[in-house]
Unconditional design. Structure first.
Ligand SMILES: [Zn+2]
Length: 261
């Protein structure tokens, strides 16, 4: 009974984190039911082969492809690729290429860092904890940061890219405390998902972040861009595409979310 529970738990956790991991675990379990070490070695091999050699070729049947990385488009953490969380519809890749090439003209050497995107398969299958990332049309990217001389750098304050916030200063509207007071406890939950803080000395780059938002909203297929209200105010952005996502989501002062039609 205890073993059954553990196996079910493994399937659920692996599915939630990687989509394909739960099924691959079941295959390994059928092959090596009684041999734990062999089971996990088989799982690891099958998982790596599937993730890097099979899934990228099957995903296009579901209308999705991997994020195309270049010198100026990066996946922020390897875990995103390892967990199959880097799939989008082709239009998102077109936008990334277009925006990054214009952005590089203003800020040579700048990199767009992609965070969670979507899983490779099935519309309606969300990518936890982002419940809306379920159709290939959503992507989170990092904010931009500056060193103390005001130069934009490609480093980000947290390992995962999430959870280190650009908090509202005292005179700014504080949406975070409004949501927390209304009982939306999950609103700043991403503070537990940093996987470590690495560059504490970075400052939020208004000019870099404003520029990437401006380029994104100019793309006709981009329908919505989410960022926390105090940052939208601080960057003096007034555009109907750049809007507030509501208290049911998590706070967006550690990343930008955009989506296509
Ligand atoms: Zn998002």
């Amino acid at each position: 009974m205890g073993k059954l529970f553990l196996n079910v738990l493994c399937v659920i956790i692996l599915t939630v984190i990687t989509q394909i991991g739960g099924v691959i675990y079941l295959v390994a379990l059928l092959l090596y039911r009684k041999k734990t070490l062999k089971k996990w070695i088989t799982f690891s091999l099958l998982y790596l082969i599937s993730t890097f050699a099979i899934v990228p070729y099957v995903a296009p049947l579901f209308g999705r492809e991997k994020i195309k990385t270049t010198d100026s488009i990066k996946i922020h953490t390897f875990f995103t690729s390892l967990a199959n969380r880097n799939y989008v519809v082709p239009e998102v890749n077109n936008i990334l290429i277009s925006v990054s090439s214009t952005l590089s003209k203003t800020y040579p050497g700048i990199e767009i860092h992609c965070l969670d995107a979507n899983f490779p398969f099935f519309n309606g299958f969300p990518l936890p904890p982002h419940l809306s990332h379920k159709d290939g049309k959503k992507l989170d990217i990092s904010l931009f940061y500056e060193d103390d001389k005001g130069n934009i750098v490609n480093d980000k304050p947290s390992v995962s890219g999430y959870g280190v916030f650009v908090n509202p200063v005292s005179e700014e509207y504080n949406q975070i405390s409004v949501c927390k007071e209304k009982g939306y406890w999950q609103y700043d939950f991403s503070k537990y998902l940093t996987l470590g803080t690495v560059h504490r000395d970075l400052n939020f780059s208004e000019k870099g972040t404003r520029k990437v938002i401006q380029l994104l909203r100019q793309e006709s297929s981009v329908s919505k861009i989410f960022i926390e209200p105090h940052l939208r105010e601080r960057m003096k952005i007034k555009h109907p595409k750049v809007r507030y996502h509501g208290c049911r989501a998590v706070r967006h002062d550690d990343h930008i979310h955009f989506q296509v039609r």
